[in-house]
Design a protein around this ligand. Structure first.
Ligand code: BG6
Length: 484
């Protein structure tokens, strides 16, 4: 890996699908913040590839609001906008790739960001290859979900690997770029005291929740053909699970870290289609009669009124290896839940002999809570004596507040990942085998749902999901840790 200041050759950051949601809401604002921090290489330009004629002025207007929401210096934005050029490309006409090929000289580092649907990857890459736009140093960036099952993911990867080798492909899962997610590694492997406790012998269960309060917003058609399992579990939640449970890698590099995560995916106990009724819950949100301004999922724009797509999923799983055998892991994610709240709970076992059992009704087993968003903190709940008479114990939290602890600005996931792409660091990106292993585990669940649970269970907007999700835990004698 080289540092950005050492990058002397010019970098072209080419965005296909530059006017789409991802580009305008995430990529350009992230690039702008990196620009303000002078974190981009000295010679850097952005080429926005669009389908039909669009003026520079119009495009810049389109991204300005999102870019400058936190920083209002018009001069800075103006300078940033000068680094942007617009190229029109009709993917169906080989001729149309010519302008782009003249911009992508081979002595430059060309980064091609495919912010377009995966169905276009094949045609786009072959057009680029035929017109001399690709070289051995080109990097390509693709977004999740790659495919919608093992078969389609295999096809998409085949198309990509026809033109690029694995070290040129940056498969993004933006959760891996989040500060708090990387902090899980820091917590686990930068502190010796946790390791002896990090196993099924000491931990009762793990819960991973990624709850959103937003609905599908303007992404109805995409979401309706995808659903929460493919949109969130196949990638973000499984990645979180891997980071929490993987063995310590020998080094923090792209090979060691990804190999350890892959071993977790291989050891995840498969959920067979006929297990879905007892091991999963799925639901979709419905309108709350008190809050008529938020509509039911099936009434959202672009969603089929008879849709059977889930906006919520909960799963109980286990990892069949020496460290974790026999300990349940619960995953859940959903839209239009009570709050935006992402948290990993490590619930330790109770004390072996309850000395304070009679006087301390609140005595709870120790719990480590890793809050990913919106708060970013790590809390360890310990029992301590309540002041005053008697010997009453109550849980209190040791709170590591990650936001107030450091004065430096917290980077957003895409900022970190863009820098990694420029530096050629693949540690936080997925390999083909990682993506395919995740699909291999997901596919039987999809099949099981089609056969045994075709209809998602309704849950009210603003709740914590369908009743079946609570029952999933209640069967094991547990409850979800919901924030107040
Ligand atoms: C995306 C999903 O990958 O992640 C969205 O496609 C979801 O449906 C989003 O809303 C959540 O990301 P974050 O960073 O806001 O938690």
């Amino acid at each position: 890996m080289i540092s950005l200041t050492e990058i002397e050759h010019p970098v072209n950051f080419v965005v296909f699908g530059a006017t789409g949601d991802l580009s305008t809401k995430k990529l350009f604002p992230s690039l702008y913040r990196l620009f303000l921090e002078k974190a981009l290489p000295k010679s850097f330009q952005m080429i926005c590839v669009v389908r039909s004629t669009l003026s520079h002025e119009h495009f810049v207007k389109l991204i300005e609001k999102n870019c400058t929401s936190k920083e209002k210096n018009p001069e800075h934005f103006k300078t940033f906008a000068q680094l942007i050029s617009i190229t029109v490309l009709n993917i169906n006409q080989t001729n149309s790739f010519k302008t782009l090929s003249t911009q992508l000289a081979t002595h430059m580092l060309n980064i091609l960001y495919f912010a377009v649907p995966p169905t276009l990857y094949g045609q786009l890459t072959s057009g680029l290859a035929k017109t001399g736009c690709l070289s051995n140093s080109t990097r390509v960036v693709v977004e999740k979900p790659i495919g919608n099952n093992l078969e389609t993911a295999t096809q998409i990867n085949k198309k990509l690997t026809q033109y690029f080798n694995e070290t040129q492909i940056f498969r993004i899962d933006h959760y891996l770029g989040k500060e708090t997610v990387q902090n899980i590694m820091a917590l686990r492997f930068g502190n010796a005291i946790l390791e002896p406790l990090w196993c099924a012998e000491r931990i009762q269960y793990i819960q991973i929740t990624v709850a959103e309060d937003i609905g599908v917003e303007s992404r109805g058609p995409y979401y309706d053909s995808t659903g929460a399992l493919r949109d969130m579990v196949q990638n973000h939640l499984l990645q979180l699970l891997c980071i929490v449970t993987m063995e310590p890698p020998a080094q923090i590099n792209a090979y060691a870290v990804r190999d350890e995560k892959l071993k977790v995916l291989h050891a995840l106990r498969p959920i067979q289609p006929n297990d879905v009724v007892t091991k999963t819950a799925r639901g979709h949100y419905i309108q709350d009669s008190y809050q008529m301004n938020q509509m039911s999922y099936i009434n959202e724009t672009g969603v089929d009124p008879l849709s059977q797509t889930e906006t919520f999923v909960a799963i109980k799983t286990e990892i069949d290896n020496w460290r974790w055998a026999g300990m349940p892991i619960y995953l859940r994610t959903g839209k239009r839940l009570r709050n935006r709240h992402s948290e990993i709970i490590i619930q330790f076992k109770e004390v072996p002999h309850k000395l304070f059992g009679h006087t301390s009704s609140h005595l709870l087993a120790n719990r480590l809570s890793i809050n990913l968003q919106p708060e970013e903190n790590i809390k360890l709940f310990l029992n301590a004596k309540t002041p005053g008479k008697g010997m009453n114990l109550e849980p209190m939290a040791l709170n590591l507040d990650l936001t107030s602890h450091s004065k430096s600005r917290r980077w957003e996931a895409y900022e970190r990942l863009i820098i990694d792409i420029i530096q050629g660091d693949l540690t936080l990106f997925m390999r083909e085998k990682d993506v395919l292993s995740a699909w291999q585990w997901i596919d039987p669940i999809i099949l099981g749902w089609q056969q045994y649970m075709p209809q998602p269970e309704p849950y009210i907007i603003g709740s914590w999901g369908p009743v079946a999700a609570d029952q999933l835990l209640a069967r094991d004698g547990y409850i979800w840790h919901n924030p107040l």
